[in-house]
Design a binder for this molecule. Structure first.
Ligand code: NAD
Length: 418
């Protein structure tokens, strides 16, 4: 039985369980090499199965020696389709961390819901007593509000449509893309999904239940990026949600002064994750960024970023922030020498020159790795411990639509590429 990557545009509809385990193992090795620091010992990670959340969980476990509870929304295999990468990552992490003597329990379900918050709080009471760190790393396409209404986040501009270049991931060609502007409803919905509302709900619930330790730290992740991405990111609908996330950090810090809560936004580097692959223009920027940062020896993936966050920027309780109180993990990305090199060639880049100016291979390597493919020591074959069902059968249009929605954590409508 083999499992092969099946890539449709910016998603892969299959994931390899042994490859996902390899990815988790490599990230653990990276943290072990980086070193250790004094830090929280009971950590809750919301959005813990992939990308920055998974790397956070690994960094606090192997860097601080922390026990963790993880929350994620992933799909188990139904025998016809593989499970999602995040499902396999979580199983692998629990297994390895458990073998290494760490407590690692994971909850799979809707982190926005009241039920999930209650279940997790119950578990903290029984197993931890209190948590001293809460990482909020959820990236979701939609949210069912307490009222029962479901709203969707969109990746659109605010004000006017924006046309620029993008990398068409189906063909590796550079094409023009026009991103439409979001209307008021869409902006509001994006803030409801990706802003600080649910982070606040989690912290309030944990505080009210008496399970937030004195001096606890909570973190959420954001992105700023260079001018070429501002219309679609910083100043777009997602950027409005990120402003709300920042305002929430200030609000939380003020509201829970009595227990000395510290709430930070960490501004992270642009990286290939399931979320970022869906954003127009960003994959082109990322491929050029990777090229320049690798040439200068400054490239980092999720785990290298999170090692630096937890083991340097937050180590020993002295938190390094900018003037707005944000932790800047995008410090290398935003260096003048990096950005000027990209800006110089951005206007002229086309399908031919991107082969030299960008690191398309590096982009795709990381993309495949995210789904457990492309590791030299892991073939497509599954071990006997996995079932022998045919995961490679044809996929219906409806199934693909559902996978796209699950895999891409933000939604954009009717984009015309080319
Ligand atoms: P990701 O898609 O890899 O991870 C998202 C996580 O959220 C997964 O664990 C997923 O299971 C979980 N999730 C989604 N919906 C959920 C739900 N309803 N309930 C519970 N869990 C749910 O994303 P990522 O790129 O690691 O993004 C994490 C954060 O980092 C986001 O806030 C994102 O904006 C931010 N960030 C990303 C980048 C980047 O380049 N990827 C850069 C800077 C900041």
């Amino acid at each position: 039985m083999v499992v092969e990557p099946k890539v449709k545009g910016f998603i892969c509809t299959t994931a390899h369980p042994r490859g996902c385990e390899e990815s988790v193992r490599r990230q653990i090795e990276s943290t072990k090499k980086f070193g250790r620091a004094e830090g929280p010992k009971k950590v809750l990670v919301i959005g813990s199965s992939t990308g920055y959340g998974l790397a956070s969980r690994i960094a606090v476990t192997y860097g601080y020696g922390a026990d963790t509870i993880g929350v994620a929304f992933e799909r188990e295999s139904n025998g016809k389709r593989t499970a999602t990468a995040g499902w396999y990552n979580t199983k692998a992490f629990e297994k390895i961390a458990g073998e290494d003597g760490y407590y690692a329990k994971s909850f799979n379900g809707d982190g926005f819901s009241r039920e999930m918050k209650d279940e997790v709080i119950q578990c903290i009471k029984e197993d931890f007593g209190k948590v001293d760190m809460v990482v909020y790393s959820m990236a979701a396409p939609r949210r069912t509000l307490p009222s029962g209404i479901t709203v969707s986040s969109v990746l659109k501009t605010v004000g006017e449509p924006f046309t620029n270049k993008t990398l068409d991931l189906r063909t590796n060609e550079i094409k023009e893309v026009t991103v439409p502007e979001a209307d008021e409803e869409e902006i509001k919905a994006t803030i409801q999904v990706m802003g600080g509302g649910d982070w606040r709900d989690w912290i309030m619930s944990l505080y009210d239940a008496g399970v937030l330790a004195d001096g606890a730290v909570t973190l959420a992740y954001s992105y700023i990026g260079p001018v070429v991405t501002h219309a679609i990111y910083k100043d777009g609908s997602i950027g409005q949600a990120k402003k709300h996330l920042y305002d929430t950090s200030v609000e939380l810090m003020n509201k829970y002064k009595d227990i000395g809560l510290k709430a930070y936004i960490s501004v992270n580097k642009a990286l290939v994750t399931q979320s970022s692959a869906a954003i127009p223009i960003v994959p082109l920027y990322i491929s050029m960024l990777y090229k320049v940062m690798k040439e200068k020896g400054l490239h980092e993936g999720c785990i290298e970023q999170m090692n630096r966050l937890f083991l340097e920027k937050l180590a020993g309780g002295v938190v390094q922030t900018d003037e707005a109180g944000r932790i800047r993990l995008d410090d290398y990305e935003m260096k003048e020498e990096i950005q000027s090199q990209i800006a110089e060639v951005w206007d002229g880049v086309d399908t031919e020159s991107i082969k030299d100016l960008g690191d398309i291979k590096g982009y795709w390597d990381e993309f495949y790795n995210m789904f457990g493919f492309g590791y030299d020591n892991v073939g497509f074959h599954l071990g006997e411990d996995y079932c022998t069902m045919d995961f490679n059968g044809p996929i219906t249009k409806e199934e693909l639509k559902e996978i796209e929605l699950e895999a891409n954590r933000a939604v954009f409508a009717n984009l015309k590429v080319g």
